[in-house]
Design a protein around this ligand. Structure first.
Ligand code: EPU
Length: 419
């Protein structure tokens, strides 16, 4: 297994280009299953999660071609079963359920298990499919959804921990080919949901209200091929902003949509950093140690759970005591024990992390546990004394395109040791 060695203490400056959004690209690629015609998707990041999705599409019978960030998919004839060997590697595989149900009225995907960030149920996805007249069965670890006919319905997708992003995507993808009108209340309003809706509309769907809590979908008979450019990855962008805050003199991000980042930029400004936006660029200027913050993760446009670990890394050296409360995945704190091994002073009280800023962090061998936790350990390593050895970096490669090369391009000193 590859590992990353971060030699701390370098200061970062310069420009970095942000890749296309992983969490947009995954459901958009799944949505190409809704038509027999070719679809061309631009700005698809080169990540292992994307490779898994392309493998699933190929397994289902689609022709997939990929050349430098552009993916072409033609799903002329498709099967309805996604294989366990690939699905088990990536929870987001569940988002082929919606398009397969929409087009073939049937889909079987192995049931995603829990993962290190907490329990990952799909009850809300199934509730949405039921509202369209589908039934489901759990058999041998698989979930099978099926319907004689899909008919528009009304569904409220709010769970006890808020709206569901992939659940909203899934129901939207099934409903575009249902008969009549579907209303999704308490829909997720994340930019990735809007990006998917824009792609589906480009394919001939009739979706209104994406980006609000109520999405209305008027079913159509069929969809056609379309070309689409995936939005910039707001979490990769946020991660590089935090890198700039932790170790930067002046770092500029290119190909960013700053309007997707306001919760993150707002938190960084409150913490004492200067941020300027210029078209599709955002610049952060370092300002020594940050000021402590209180933060709560919330559905968009609130502070994203996918940036919580990175903020823990930043605030571990803040002046004062910070308090972070995680409301989306209350157990998403695997990075905390690893950061403590680097000298951070963090205690957990249920979903709340209390972070007492320390003078210095020191490099240590640490274990990556999930995607964002791994990125946070690399960020902490940028400011730690000595060398931080991040093991199991395959987690980071699931969601960050060339993070080590991009950080080195800004002046970091990171080595990747091949296994
Ligand atoms: N939930 C339910 N029932 C469901 C679905 C979700 O109770 O049927 C709960 C979840 O357990 C969680 C909350 O609802 O407590 C929100 O989960 P959501 O369904 O929104 O998460 P997701 O759609 O599975 C996506 C991203 C995650 C991101 C979350 C929240 C993708 C591929 N994944 O997951 O991204 O954290 O939304 O914004 O889009 C990551 O990129 O590192 C990542 C984990």
């Amino acid at each position: 297994m590859d590992k990353i060695l971060v030699h701390g203490g370098q200061s970062l400056s310069g420009t970095v280009k942000i890749s296309g959004s992983k969490n947009s690209a995954l459901p958009i690629l799944a949505a190409t299953l809704l038509t027999k015609e070719p679809c061309v998707i631009h700005h698809v990041p080169d990540l292992s999660d994307i490779h898994y999705m392309l493998q699933i599409l190929s397994h289902l019978g689609a022709q997939v071609e990929r050349a430098s960030g552009v993916v072409t998919v033609q799903a002329e004839k498709i099967g309805t079963e996604a294989p366990y060997e690939i699905v088990r590697k990536m929870r987001a595989s569940v988002c082929v359920l919606g398009p397969l149900l929409g087009r073939e009225k049937e889909a079987t995907v192995s049931l995603p298990g829990g993962c290190v960030i907490g329990d990952r149920p799909i009850d809300l996805h199934l509730k949405g499919f039921e509202a369209l007249g589908a039934m489901h069965r759990i058999e041998q670890g698989n979930v099978k959804v099926f319907a004689g006919q899909l008919v528009g319905g009304v569904v409220n997708l709010r769970g006890k921990l808020g709206p569901t992003v992939l659940g909203t995507d899934n129901v939207m993808m099934a409903a575009v080919l249902a008969e009549g009108t579907t209303v999704i209340d308490s829909a997720a309003a994340e930019p990735e949901v809007v990006d998917l809706a824009n792609f589906l509309n480009a394919m001939g769907a009739k979706i209104e209200g994406a980006g609000t809590r109520r999405i209305v979908i008027e079913g159509v008979k069929e969809l056609h091929g379309a070309e689409h450019s995936v939005i910039p990855d707001r979490i990769e962008a946020g991660t590089f902003l935090v890198a700039g805050a932790i170790a930067g003199k002046e770092v500029t991000l290119k190909r960013v949509d700053a309007s997707h980042l306001t919760a993150v930029t707002d938190a960084l400004v409150r913490s004492g950093f200067a941020i300027t936006v210029n078209g599709d660029s955002v610049t952060i200027r370092g300002n020594g140690d940050p000021t402590a913050l209180e933060l709560t993760t919330e559905p968009y446009p609130g502070f994203p759970t996918d940036m919580q670990a990175q903020m823990c890394a930043l605030l571990s050296k803040a002046r004062g005591i910070s308090v972070i409360t995680e409301t989306i995945f209350p157990q998403r704190y695997m990075h905390v024990s690893e950061m403590k091994r680097m000298g951070a002073d963090i205690s957990l009280n249920g979903p709340t992390a209390i972070i007492k800023g320390v003078e210095r962090l020191s490099g240590a061998p640490v274990m990556a546990s999930d995607l964002r936790a791994s990125a946070a350990l690399v960020l902490a390593g940028l400011k730690a004394d000595g060398v931080t050895e991040v093991n199991r970096v395959y987690h980071i490669d699931r969601g960050y395109e060339l993070i080590d090369e991009k950080l080195n391009g800004l002046g970091a000193n990171i080595e990747r040791m091949k296994a």
